[in-house]
Ligand binder design. Structure first.
Ligand SMILES: O=C(O)CCC(=O)C(=O)O
Ligand SMILES: [Fe+2]
Length: 421
């Protein structure tokens, strides 16, 4: 990758003063909570060629911040800013393109990410660190550490958590317990909670030459082992790396709240004794490249497209907490309200994010299958019969945790497209 803003033919044009004024006005309006007027002001600035306004306008379109937002228009604005060399636009385009729906999932993703890395964008540095961290070559491991350091220096707290754990455990670097402890103390003083121990085994991703960023290497999932044919239940070992497990935990930890369940009669989300864990559902606006890459691999393991996935949910069970026997398919009232075009939840993938000291297995009483949590491994199961109707035999439970804590990531996968990108 070559271009960097401020040099060469792709240099950014200086913003005109009218566009700059509209951009500032938009910022002020948004700070005051007036989203519609802010959107309109960004639109004026964007049409005047203001690159940052184009990016902000694109985000409002992509994430549906205002009435009339349109993800396709979001991608158009990103393309314009990207063509002018804006690295944030390139990063966001890479993130959108992972879904394959509004931009092709092709080689340009690597090029875009490289541009954003060259510009030192912390979420791009973090995503690249996690990418190289999956590869066993010592040069890739060393690169992972360096990229985490750069992201952490750029203020990325999740990267700092990942770095602290690698320093503590001597992953990709000699163990440095004191440096790890210092980093954790700094993070704790900023309100960041420590991570549970995660040991997903050594990096094992086969693939390309060291130090070469090639996302296609890490997007394919290892093969699965079928435990039951009817209902279909399979496990996939070694799906996520320790960094990826930690990424999900560190991202969701500040957002955890008591779990809710869908009332089968009304479709409302309510607290019910069936599910006593805490959870966080990640809104698309909270996603970054690394989180989407992880979800893409989960979807590959489940054999569905990323756009069929509901938002990623991360659950935490403390001792005694459980998810009593239930089925994941939705009542018609919920489907009518939330993605009627997407149909029902055809499949579920749950990935274990840590090893549980005792208890916490996922149990399918029908076929008599029980899966013990193992960091980085996943269970995939069908909720519907081949004709698309709900399968009552898909009943399953998260058994109570006896000792330790259980962290789990769940994607509920619809029959059709649920996400815009
Ligand atoms: O905690 C478990 O093992 C199962 C979780 C589950 O059933 C779900 O997330 O739908
Ligand atoms: Fe479930």
């Amino acid at each position: 990758m070559t271009a960097s803003p401020g040099s060469g033919p792709r240099a950014q044009t200086p913003e005109t003063s009218a566009a700059e004024a509209a951009f500032r006005e938009a910022d002020a309006l948004l700070s005051a909570g007036d989203f519609d007027a802010g959107f309109a002001a960004y639109q004026r600035a964007a049409e005047g060629g203001h690159r940052r306004a184009q990016v902000e306008l694109a985000r409002m379109h992509l994430y549906g911040i205002v009435e009339g937002a349109n993800p396709v228009a979001g991608v158009d604005w990103l393309s314009r800013a990207e063509a002018a060399g804006n690295p944030i636009a390139a990063y966001l385009m890479a993130m959108v393109a992972l879904g394959g729906a509004l931009a092709p999932r092709d080689q340009r993703i690597n090029e875009r990410l490289r541009l954003a890395i060259d510009e030192g964008l912390p979420p791009a540095l973090r995503a690249a660190a996690i990418h190289f961290g999956r590869k066993p070559h010592p040069e890739d491991q060393a690169l992972c550490i360096r990229l985490l350091e750069r992201a952490a220096e750029g203020g990325d707290r999740v990267a700092a958590c990942l770095l602290a754990e690698r320093l503590a455990n001597g992953e990709g670097t000699p163990a440095q317990p004191e440096a790890a402890e210092d980093l954790w103390r700094q993070l704790e003083s900023q309100g960041v909670a420590r991570l549970p121990a995660v040991s997903a085994g050594p990096p094992r991703q086969a693939g390309s030459t060291p130090r070469h960023l090639a996302l296609e290497d890490v997007l394919s999932a290892p093969s699965s082992t079928v435990l039951s044919k009817q209902p279909r239940v399979a496990v996939v070992d070694g799906l996520l790396s320790a960094d990826e497990c930690r990424l999900l935990i560190a991202t969701s930890q500040p957002m955890l709240r008591g779990s809710q369940t869908t009332d089968p009669d009304t479709g409302d989300a309510i607290a019910m004794p069936i599910r006593t864990s805490s959870d966080a559902s990640l809104d698309p606006i909270q996603e970054d490249f690394a989180l989407r890459a992880v979800q893409l691999r989960l979807c590959a393991a489940a054999g569905v497209d990323l756009v069929q996935a509901e938002h990623l949910t991360v659950l935490r069970y403390e001792p005694g907490q459980q998810y009593r026997p239930h089925r994941d398919y939705l009542p018609p009232a919920t489907i009518a309200r939330d993605g009627p075009q997407a149909g029902n939840r055809m499949r579920t993938i749950c990935v274990y994010l840590n090893d549980v000291e005792a208890g916490g297995a996922t149990e399918f009483p029908g076929p008599g299958v029980s899966i013990a949590p193992k960091a980085g491994s996943a269970v995939v199961f069908d909720n519907l019969l081949p004709d698309g109707s709900p399968d009552p035999d898909s009943v399953h439970a998260g058994l109570p945790v006896d000792r330790g804590v259980k962290w789990l990531g769940t994607l509920w996968l619809r029959q059709g497209r649920y996400r815009a990108f």
